[in-house]
Ligand binder design. Structure first.
Ligand SMILES: [Zn+2]
Length: 296
């Protein structure tokens, strides 16, 4: 089916009390596997390209066009989103390329500058039907908003959303980026408080560090967009490593690339089933902290 705008995917999920998986792409194999996983689960999906991914490829257009082509041929609703853009130029490039949504990340700016630039970016994007996710500034912790001890204040979140006009808000509720263990402790009460305080969908970053039952609980508490990057990279790299260890004479990158790709697909399907089950469904998930995922 043709590309589905991110705002439609998010709005449907939010209305139904479901979560939406937003998975970060590293290369084209990731994009192919993410869409295949979404098709297997019969669930909508968001493919994300981060600023770091753009830097890796040297430009947005090559990987962006590949993702748009792959998402545009998906058998389920799929969109392509720009993740963590710290420059206005990259947001403009994404809109120009046809991405349906962006995250403008001004969280490193002083609060008033973040509000001002985010509001400008949002006005510009809305004139082009581009959906905008943004993030509050540093609240606490040495690693900023994504430190495990950083917390978003519901009142400040409401003021930020009102002042900027953003469509979705990334919040700090206990996760941090690039976690290799799944033992993050989410502040579920805070998620519910922020949901009640702001009128836009909430976004969980750093979700790879969250055990399965807590992902479900986060959606139940009010989280809609759930960003997952590190978990897919773990699964991909473990499969590539297994293949290369078993077949040290391999030289064709397709030989281990397919192993990585085929490992991501069921993991995406599994996570999407978990997130998309809805608030009223009974989820059979393991206990908190249990290693549920098929990694190494
Ligand atoms: Zn993030």
């Amino acid at each position: 089916m043709p590309l589905t705008p991110t705002h439609q995917i998010i709005a449907s999920a939010r209305a139904a009390g479901r979560g939406v998986g937003a998975f970060n792409v590293a290369g084209i194999e990731h994009a192919e596997a993410i869409v295949a996983g979404a098709e297997a689960a019969g669930a909508p999906v968001v493919l994300q390209i981060s600023e770091n991914c753009v830097a890796y490829h040297g430009a947005l257009a090559p990987i962006g066009r590949a993702c748009l082509a792959i998402a545009g041929q998906a058998g389920v609703p799929a969109s392509v989103h720009l993740d963590h853009a710290s420059t206005v130029e990259l947001v403009e490039a994404a809109a120009g390329l046809g991405l349906a949504s962006v995250m403008y990340d001004g969280s490193r700016l002083p609060y008033q500058d973040n509000v001002r630039v985010t509001a400008e970016v949002t006005r510009w994007c809305h004139q082009r039907d581009v959906w905008v996710e943004a993030e509050l500034g540093e609240i606490g912790g040495k690693d900023g908003v994504h430190a495990p001890d950083a917390r978003t204040d519901p009142g400040e979140a409401a003021r930020f959303v009102a002042a900027t006009g953003v469509d979705a808000l990334a919040v700090a509720v206990g996760t941090s980026h690039a976690m290799l263990t799944r033992d993050a402790v989410l502040d579920l009460g805070l998620i519910a408080s922020i949901r009640d305080a702001v009128g836009v969908p909430l976004v969980l970053h750093g979700s790879s560090g969250v055990p399965d039952p807590d992902l479900v609980a986060a959606v139940r508490a009010g989280m809609t967009k759930v960003n997952i990057a590190t978990q897919l990279n773990r699964v991909f790299t473990a499969a590539v490593r297994r293949t290369l260890s078993a077949e040290p004479a391999t030289v064709d990158p397709r030989r281990y690339g397919v192993a990585g790709r085929d490992a991501i697909t069921p993991e995406v399907a599994r996570l999407l089933r978990l997130l998309g089950a809805g608030v009223d469904s009974r989820i059979r998930a393991g206990g908190a902290g249990e290693p549920l995922s098929p990694v190494e």
